[in-house]
Design a binder for this molecule. Structure first.
Ligand SMILES: NC(=O)C1=CN([C@@H]2O[C@H](COP(=O)(O)OP(=O)(O)OC[C@H]3O[C@@H](n4cnc5c(N)ncnc54)[C@H](OP(=O)(O)O)[C@@H]3O)[C@@H](O)[C@H]2O)C=CC1
Ligand SMILES: O=C(O)C1=N[C@H](C(=O)O)C[C@H](O)C1
Length: 267
């Protein structure tokens, strides 16, 4: 039985991840924690996620609970996930990080810690559909190439803290890699007299509204025709199921950085 520790247990994703752990054979929740000043600290996990008491109090740090678990599942905030990876480097537990909004330096440090000390599944989107979309976008980019203008539009709920979404950045990276371009071709917003669209540009636009769970569309617009590839997540359980699959998969792996294509066998 894989023993899981959930970071950010009272958050939107933490809550759904715990529900999914409780519903999945082969994995059990052994501990959960929140940031030290969270009102959830000290309460029973069940009370916080809308279930009867589970006999597991929400703690205020990873260090207090890390000995109990085999894997830490972390969907929190960029600084918190980095701090948790630093702590885990001393313990070598498996980790699943779904957090977005990292700077390049933060993400590189997490990856380096993992390469040296623990197996990590890190992915900006843990849904099956988005991981298939990466492949479809790669194929469309190979076929349509530089003759088509490529634009990404992402839409999320009003509470989301980072923009653009990690998934939109990952999609842009797939396109850029396929075309042999780099990040200097990413165009994050347009305003004013912007002139004609350069050919060598990947537009990335953000919508924040209401309770949208997560939507990504990639436009391939050419002369006389257009293809739109869209993924819409209907519920956070879509991501939470992926996170639990990743947790079951990563325990026992060698230190290193893995992604959902490894977990889902899409490599
Ligand atoms: N990879 C994927 O498939 C997906 C990734 N995400 C990403 O996951 C992250 C979380 O999203 P979401 O659940 O909506 O956000 P929430 O803000 O609802 O949840 C994050 C939780 O982490 C808590 N937290 C913050 N700092 C710490 C800390 N130091 N230790 C422990 N807990 C901490 C927050 O507490 P407090 O509220 O008090 O700050 C909050 O309860 C985001 O980066 C989001 O983009 C989301 C969905 C899918
Ligand atoms: O914050 C969210 O909600 C989501 N964030 C991820 C991202 O930034 O790509 C994935 C998902 O779309 C939901």
């Amino acid at each position: 039985m894989v023993k899981a520790i959930v970071a950010g247990a009272a958050g939107r994703m933490g809550t759904r991840i715990i529900h999914n752990i409780l519903d999945t054979p082969g994995i059990e929740l052994v501990a959960a924690f929140e940031r030290p000043d969270s009102p959830a600290v000290g309460k029973d996990v069940g009370e916080v996620i809308g279930l009867p008491n589970l006999g597991i109090p929400i703690e205020d740090s990873l260090e207090k609970v890390i000995d109990k678990g085999d894997v830490i599942i972390d969907f929190t905030f960029h600084e918190a996930s980095l701090a948790n990876a630093r702590i885990n480097a001393k313990y070598g537990k498996a980790m699943v990080i779904g957090t977005t909004g990292f700077s390049k330096e933060e993400l590189e440090e997490i990856h380096e810690l993992a390469r040296q000390h623990f197996p990590l599944v890190q992915a900006y989107n843990m849904s099956l559909g988005i991981n298939l979309l990466y492949k479809l976008v790669e194929l469309a980019t190979q076929v349509l190439g530089e003759d088509f203008d490529i634009e990404i539009v992402e839409a999320h709920h009003r509470m989301k803290k980072d923009a653009p979404s990690g998934t939109a950045i990952a999609l842009a990276n797939v396109i850029a890699r396929t075309l042999g371009w780099d990040e200097s071709t990413f165009r994050f917003c347009r305003e004013g007299i912007i002139g004609e669209r350069p050919k060598k540009e990947i537009g990335i636009q953000t919508i924040r509204a209401g309770e949208i769970v997560g939507e990504h569309t990639v436009y391939f617009a050419g002369t006389g025709e257009r293809i739109e590839l869209t993924h819409r997540a209907a519920s956070r359980d879509t991501f939470a199921r992926g996170a639990v699959k990743a947790a079951l998969w990563v325990v026992g792996k060698s230190p290193g950085v893995y992604d959902m294509h490894d977990v889902l066998g899409l490599k």
